[in-house]
Every structure is written in C-alpha cells, then in structure tokens.
Write a protein that binds this ligand. Sequence first.
Ligand code: DPP
Ligand code: ZN
Length: 869
Amino acid sequence: PSPIRLNDYQPPTHLIDQVALTFRLDPQATRVLSEIRFRPNSARPGRHDLRLDGENLTLIVAAVDGHPVTATPDATGLTLPAAMLPDGPFTFTAEVEIAPAANTALEGLYMSNGMYCTQCEAEGFRKITFYPDRPDVMAPFRVRIESDLPVLLSNGNPLGQGEGWAEWHDPWPKPAYLFALVAGDLLAHSAAFTTASGRAVALNIWVRHGDEGRCAYAMDSLIRSMRWDETAYGREYDLDVFNIVAVDDFNMGAMENKGLNIFNSKYVLALPETATDDDFGRIEAIIAHEYFHNWTGNRITCRDWFQLCLKEGLTVFRDQQFTGDMRSHAVKRIEDVLTLRARQFREDGGPLAHPVRPDRYVEINNFYTATVYEKGAEVIGMLKRLVGDADYARALDLYFTRHDGEAATIEDWLAVFQDTTGRDLSQFKRWYTEAGTPRLTVTEDWQADTGLFTLTFAQHNPPTPGQPEKGAKVIPIALGLLNPNGDEVMPTTMLAMTAMTQSFAFQSTADGWQQVVAEGPDRVPGAVSTRPIASILRGFSAPVLLERDTSPEERAFLLAHDTDPFNKWEAGRALAKDVLARMITAGATPGPDWLDALARVAVDDSLDPAFRALALRLPGEDDMAQTLHAAGHVPDPARIHAARRAMGDAVARRLAPHLPGLFDALAEPGPFTPEARAAGRRALRLAALGYLSRVDGGARAEAAFRQADNMTEEVGALACLLDIGRGQAELAAFESRWGADRLVMDKWFTLQLLHAAPEATAQAVERLTAHPAFDMKNPNRFRAVIGALPGNHAGFHHASGDCYRLLADWLLKLDPLNPQTAARMSTAFDSWSRYDADRQGMIRDQLRRILAVPGLSRDLGEMAGRMLG
Ligand code: DPP
Ligand code: ZN
C-alpha cells in the first residue's frame, strides 16, 4: 500500500451538523442506523463527490434525503457521486450490519467477556458505519442503544432510558474517533464532583461484578486530576457525567472518548494485595492523561493524524506535571528520562526513527510511538523552558480560547507561542519535523589569569531514514556552577543554543558567577576565583545525548554535591555505566571509589528513599547495548549479562553490612497506603532485598514473600528469588493463590520470562505459551509473555536465534487476529543493526520471513518493511 502524506492534505468536501445513531445490539448481527446531516464545506468550493469510509460493513440500505443510494461500497468505503448530492445541506441515512463477536482486532465495536465496547481511535469508526472518518470532521452526536443488557452507555449526557433502550446526547462537536459505546452487565463505583464554577458532575467507574471494590484509587485519581486541571490550566469539565469503563481486552492503555473513557482494566483496578506501587502510579497517571485529553484532544483535536503529537505530546506533558505535583518532581523526571532513553532514543536511533510530527504513514496505528508521545512531551518541556513559565501559561490560555472546538495543527500550536512572546519559532520547529537524537558535545576552557570559564557546545544531528541532512536545533541547556567546596555559585541558568557550535562564557562577579560576553569591549575584568564545576543539562533540559569528557572524580563530586536532583542521579548513573562498560569491554572489576560512592547514597537518610532506590538500580542490559553501540562497539549480549551480574554481586558485597539494617528500618508500620512516600520506602526496601538475596541465599526474600500483605512486596520478593535462580516453590504458591485473577497472573507470566536464564528463555516462551491460561486473543496476556521477551535482553538475543524465531512465529499467529498488537510487538526487532553479523542476519531473516507471508496485515507489513530498510 502506498503511504499517506501530510503534503496531500485537503480539507473535507463536506462538514456535518448533526449525527444520530441507533444501535440494535446483537453479537453476530448488530444493526447500526445512521442519520447524518451534511453540508458542503465552503473551504472546498465547487461540487464534490462525498467519500464515506467503511470497512467490513454489510450495507442494508442507504439514502440521500430519502432517495435510495444505488452506489455500491468497495473494500474501504462508499462514494456518493456529486451528481446525486443536493447543492446545499442534505441528510444521509444508512443501515448497516456488523458482527461484534467476530471482531478480534478490537477496533470498532467488539465484545469482551460478554460486554460490548468500542475503540475508534484512530480509524475504528469506519468499522461501525459509513462516515467521513477523519478528525477534522466534528459533529454533535445523538445515540440510541437497544439491548437487553442492563447498562447502556455512550458519549455526553443521558437523555433517557427505558426497558431495553437508552439515549445519549453529546453536545460538544467531536470527531468520530472519540465516539464510544458500552453495553454490559456492569456495576458502578460512583462519586460526585463539583467544578470550580459549580457544575455538578456524576462520576462513575463501570466494572464487571466482583471488581467494584477495586476502583477506589482510580476514582481518587480522577477527582485529583479534575481539580488539578482547574488550578494548573484553568480547565473545567463540561458535561453532567463522566464515565469510565474497565475492559479486559484492549489494545492500548486507555481511550479518552468524550465523557466515556474506556480503559484497559489493568489501569483501573487496584487493591494493595493485587497491584504494585508501580501499578498504582500508572493508574494515577493514565486516569489523569485521559481526563486531561478532554481539553487537549477533545475540545481541541487534531486536523489530521500527522498532528497526533498535538494532543499526545501535550497531554503526556500535562500528566507528567500532574504526577510531579502529586508525588515528586525529581523522581518523576528521572523515571521519565529512563523511559525516554530506553524507548524513544532506541526508536530514534534505528530504522523506525520518525519525526515527532511524521510526514507519511501507511498505517496510522503504527505511529502511536514513544517519539510522538514521549519526545512530543519533551518538545513542549523545551518550549516552556525557553519562553518561561509565565509566557507558557499565557500561550496556553490563548491556545484554548483561539482553537476551542477546532481541529488544529502544529503550526497553530507554535503560532500561539509566537503571538504571545513575539519569538520566531521557525528554527525550533525542527524538533517537530526532523527525527533523530542530537548529540551534544561540550568542551571546557578555564583561564586562570582572567577568571573566564567557557563552555563550548557542538551539536551533531545524525541522519535518519529519509532525512540525511539536518539543520541546527534550538537546544535549551540548563546550567549550574559549583565551587570546589560543593557550594552552588551559579543557580540554574537557561542557555539557548541555536548554532551548530556555540560558546558561553562565565565569570565570577561581585554578584556571584554570571554569564558574560566572552570577547570585545563589554568584557569586564572578573574577580579572582577558582575554576568552577559545571552541572550541565540540569533536569535533562533537552532530549539529547550529552557527551562530556568528565573524570570519575568530577562525576563523584556531582553525585555528592549537585543541588539539581536529576543531575545528581545522572552523575551516579554515568559512573555506573562507565564502570559497567569497562567490565564488559575490558574485563575490569568495579573499583572501590564507585562502590563507596554508591554506598554513601544508599545509607544517606537525608535523601528521598525513592531517589536512593533509583540510584541503586543498575543500568539495564539493553541500555548498555545501546550505549556500547553508540560508542562504536558491537555489543555482546552474553558478556553484558555476565558483567551486569558481576556488578550486582560486587555491589551486594560492598553494601552487605548495611543491607539488613536498611531492609528492617524501611518496613512500613501500619496498613498499606499507595502514596508516594510509602511507595518510595518500599522501593528502597526491595532494592536492599535484591542485593541482600545475593549474599544471604534468599532467606530474607523467602520470608518476605511469605509475610507480604501487598502485591508490591509479594512480587518484589519473588523477583529477588528468581534473580538468584530460586523461587520455584513460590511461583507455584503464587499461581495457586492468584490463578483466577487475570491481572495478577500477567505478572506471574512476565516475571518468569524476564528472569529466565539466557539459554532457557526460548523454553520459557514455549512452556508459558502452552500454559492453559495463556490466551493470545487477550492483548494483556500476549504482552505479558511475548511482549516481555525483549526485556530479557540476553535471552532474546541468545546466539541460537531461537527467540527471534519464536517471536516471529507468534507475530504471524497473532497478525490475522489482531494486527495492531502484532505490529506493536514487532518493534523488538528494531535494534538489529547494533549486533554482530550473525544476529543481524538471523533477525533480518525473520523479518523477511514475516514480509513474505501472503495476506499479511498493513500494520505488520509496514513495520517489517521499515525495519528491513
Ligand atoms: N489516545 C489514547 C491515549 O493516548 C491512545 N489511543 O490516551
Ligand atoms: Zn493520549
């Protein structure tokens, strides 16, 4: 199939004033009746055919203003020729039949555990009825549902309900991708919310019977999100009801349908005994994310799917701010950067690299990526850093007033910043249009006689598929200076780099260290001073690879003294990666300096336990493979694995005297609470238990597993045991305790795969996929096993190539049923070019094998093709 291109965008030929839908639900034969008020779009003068999208629909009857339509649908839709359309407004009516029970792709209207639900983003509505399925066609919807099921939901406000029917009306014009319908035997966990201006909103979380007791945390997160958006962005909710439904079979995390969010049950249901602290954190973040879409996505939507980052980047940015406010900005930032590097930098450095705003796609579902979401959020963070908080707030206010009710573009988004600040953002826009992670190198110069300290930055923007050459990016570089005593002598200062190479000079003055003009008549003589220590790219102020020739002593100094928590962590991280890289490439052993520095952080009670837990986490194997590859090495997965284990053992021996004390002191008194402070203590306690298990043979972890009264510690202790090759009895106990709980059992599947020995990983896949509870049709279960495979780096890349073959086998099995999830999971192969020729050949063989399969989906076909290059 040929790609769809941004440059080919044309406004719609017709707009819609009103949509009325009636659903007569039936698993095999649902009838959908539609009545759509069209009018010609004045932006497209002249008379045009009206193209309606439609896939897998059986057309029963259609008419224009009551005159039967004789045109017949093709495989992707129905064209109403201009000749049969009136000059002015007209009503198109249609009746179609669809089979939700046969819909395994989970796109459009489908069934999950006897309940009907929908997923229409990006292009699922065309599997429900004939419609111009594009986001720049927005309309108010009225929906009637006919079914014997007790709970019948759609978007907007309820109009009425009776025996076997319900009606809904959504007054806010919306694109079809935000349409939703749910019908099932559900129970609600309910609460009430009053908006700042006094609107009473009924809040409901709808779940299957038996799950109603697991909704309290999601509801609490929703209420906090609604309040936060009022105070942080001045955005209020705009309907009388807000419904959330939890669904077990869902391709994504959740979906922001207007007034009726549909969630993967994994991101709703939680009790202390079934959900980990990470689960609680993700529930809070995703509930917030989908709620925030009500303004950034729904009230203002995207003109076309190339603009996906307009809603996703901004909404991720907003949910990150929210989590920072709720928990800890420092910890949140570190976690976000870890994810960004692991997922987005990886994507940006391989064959799947694409700009934050792509300019072509074959299948839009393949562009719900780390680049669009996470780098999209980073770009907004940079914009905010460059213009400052006050102008960011003014620009957002302008965005909301100027574009409310519209389908907007990245150009519109940048224009509100330009109009607010008077800045020219044409260079900044490259962040949206050019792919690849910039490399930023820095060199330092110190003139003792003049007291001038100069930092010279050079940026390199590597080529990516289809983009050999790139211009200089605008890079905000947050900088602080410390003196050798460890005192901060220049607080965080934002430097804006705009050239390929650029110097910034600093001098000690009567008012402390300041940026100065390096040369020329403005130069004032500086005060006598000593050379400062620079803390560069504080808070990870730009998504770049910073390359800095720093001594281990300077890194240890920053780890001990930096006032910026991100850079403090980053210094420790860089030290650990240097040590590990030398262990892998030169067979070195970890030196006492690094181990001592790590031990000081571990026992420093003045530091947040969550921060200490992050500092104790060793660099991951995939991260090391990526880092070594970037440094010009060919990573050997087996060596990386062995070296990382040796590093863990060395840390365990060095920390051994402190570990029992740490572990015991961090036990939480009283009942479990999911809040951040307690979660941070548990994270450090489990980090200590992990190292302790390497020196005590697992005795404490066994006891911790038995005594755990929450899932965080139960699964955490089990992971410690599996990590040292034990835990078989505990796995069996876990299975017999949780066998009936799908969400908990997903953890059981994943753990075994992640902790399988490299040579036993393929067998683990075979054993787990043969388990009676493995169900490839359930995306969570498929992700729990097959999706976890690349997380076991040494196993996945074992020299036998068995796991490559197994992954390809499973992708090909899933593709006919659920192409979207198959395509998503195929990205495990995107790092092939890092490895040796044998592995490259084996992976490429599997990609070629996939590509050769007749009838392969557009989704998986596009991915395999792009990865082969
Ligand atoms: N728009 C959804 C989200 O990111 C994904 N389909 O929230
Ligand atoms: Zn989103």
